[in-house]
Design a protein around this ligand. Structure first.
Ligand SMILES: [Zn+2]
Length: 96
């Protein structure tokens, strides 16, 4: 897996700050976080009762509290980061 570039992480941080996502950790109050070196791309299951492995997905950036490890996720589409330059790994995506 290729790590996210510093430039992309800076864009993510700016996008989060622009949307006021800059409060301390909700679990421990710590104010320092890391961005995971890859995107989460969980599959969204919209029908049926049996789990599926493929389908539409919601690409997300993962932010981890440096002190307690609390994980938060932010949809890249909402942050305006699903452009061609920052596309996550191939797969179906829900329109932003
Ligand atoms: Zn924490």
């Amino acid at each position: 897996m290729q790590a996210l570039s510093k430039e992309l992480k800076d864009k993510i941080i700016k996008a989060l700050e622009a949307r006021q996502a800059k409060l301390p950790c909700p679990r421990c109050g710590h104010q320092s976080f890391i961005i995971l070196d890859g995107f989460f791309n969980p599959t969204l299951q919209t029908a049926g009762e049996e789990p599926v492995r493929e389908g539409p997905s919601v690409p997300m950036v993962v932010v981890i509290c440096k002190q307690c490890g609390f994980i938060s996720q932010h949809a890249l589409g909402i942050l305006g980061l699903l452009g061609q330059d920052q596309s996550p790994p191939p797969g179906q995506k829900i329109p932003s």
